[in-house]
Design a protein around this ligand. Structure first.
Ligand SMILES: [Zn+2]
Ligand SMILES: [Zn+2]
Length: 395
């Protein structure tokens, strides 16, 4: 493993930064203290620091040499609404909030890379260190793009990573094309006519509607999409009724749809509308479908995936780089950046063995042994993409 020596020297510091961020988690768009911590560190390393993009976003700018080449490296700052049960010494000090997705590790690795690149100065061009808020649910990456991230900071490509506890530390996985799914949500409201439960003929019962819709929605993936295309339709909430003997007036169903291919996404949305309308008509009631597209699919561009592969291979050796992982139907708001710029998003192995708690588990804690690997990946990638001019000796 070719850990960058300047990163190896920073390992203890990085663990300390990570534990500090972990103990003080902040959720979407409220990452003030985390953003201030990041901005202070970047300033102390000598970077030009821009705060306030998307509220709590931070961009550190590191220039060297004369080249106009520029790349962006991105991490996320936010924690989750989960009550931590890891029992580690640096456990969350905020009840109900925790870094259960490892964004504390992501932030730390990008800080480590910034410091090491400043010390090494082995690149020619500009590296942008992008720390975005609100990756979880709220689309902070989208807001950064909307607020001019790529207009203010011109770069040819943008790169992202996520720690992956199902894969051992010391491995990286990546692929061209989709790596993570599009994330849509839906809400179905069926309005019938409330009645005494002993006199159902006097009402319009939305309960059978709910039962039929939940079943019929499962036929979209099973019967409507091509067998080799991917899609998920999950009904995750059913709300209706308050007591034993009353047929409620209304039932609400909510859930999520995941896809990779926009045509499949369109098809699922269309079929959901048809199924909801058809079953509502069958049971003589009204029903509405609200369908909202949250995050697009995360789609890596081929050329930049090649660059990420070159960096991962130089760092870990080809045997430790999986170039054909099964994509995940989880989603990632780095997708909004990849809609505007070519780039590549990778999975960084962070597993400690088969019992490693997964992302969003209350016992999860980022694996500190992955810090030096991820930070070295960033440095390797940036230095490969912004090659230093070799000093020419005078003849
Ligand atoms: Zn997450
Ligand atoms: Zn995450």
């Amino acid at each position: 493993m070719n850990i960058i020596p300047e990163i190896a020297a920073l390992d203890a510091d990085m663990r300390g930064w990570r534990h500090h961020i972990h103990a003080h988690p902040e959720t979407a768009f409220e990452e003030q203290a985390t953003a201030a911590f990041v901005a202070d560190k970047l300033r102390s390393f000598g970077l030009d620091v821009h705060e306030g993009l998307a509220g709590t976003g931070v961009v550190g700018v590191l220039r060297n040499g004369t080249s106009t080449a520029a790349v962006g490296l991105r991490a996320d700052l936010d924690a989750l609404h989960i009550h931590e049960a890891s029992g580690v010494p640096h456990q969350s000090k905020v009840p109900g909030k925790m870094h259960a997705c490892g964004h504390d590790g992501h932030t730390t690795m990008l800080l480590g890379a910034a410091k090491a690149m400043t010390a090494r100065k082995r690149f020619d061009g500009t590296a942008y260190f992008i720390f975005q808020p609100a990756e979880e649910n709220e689309g902070g990456g989208r807001v950064m793009v909307e607020q001019g991230l790529f207009d203010r900071f011109a770069m040819s490509a943008v790169y992202g990573m996520h720690n992956w506890p199902q894969m051992p530390a010391g491995k990286i996985a990546l692929r061209a094309g989709p790596l993570m799914g599009a994330y849509d949500i839906f809400e179905i409201v069926a309005t019938g006519r409330g009645a005494h439960a002993a006199m159902p003929h006097l009402g319009r019962d939305p309960m059978p509607f709910a039962a039929h819709v939940i079943n019929a929605l499962q036929t979209i993936v099973a019967r409507n999409i091509h067998p080799l295309e991917a899609g998920v339709v999950s009904v995750t909430q059913v709300h209706g009724g308050d007591t034993w003997n009353v047929i409620p007036q209304e039932v609400v169903l909510r859930g999520t749809v995941r896809t990779f291919n926009p045509e499949i996404q369109d098809l699922i949305e269309r079929r959901m509308g048809e199924i909801v309308a058809g079953i509502a008509a069958t049971f003589e009631m009204t029903a509405t479908l609200r369908y909202e597209r949250r995050y697009p699919a995360t789609i890596n561009s081929p050329e930049e995936t090649g660059h990420a592969l070159a960096a991962a291979t130089a760092l870990l050796g080809a045997v430790n780089v999986d170039t054909d992982p099964m994509p995940s139907m989880g989603s990632e708001d780095f997708a909004f950046m990849l809609q505007k710029k070519p780039g590549c998003y990778i999975w960084l192995g962070s597993g400690r063995g088969p019992d490693t708690p997964n992302l969003h588990n209350p016992r999860y804690d980022f694996n500190d042994d992955a810090l030096a690997i991820g930070a070295s990946y960033w440095v390797t990638l940036a230095e490969q993409q912004l090659p230093a001019v070799v000093a020419r000796r005078a003849a």
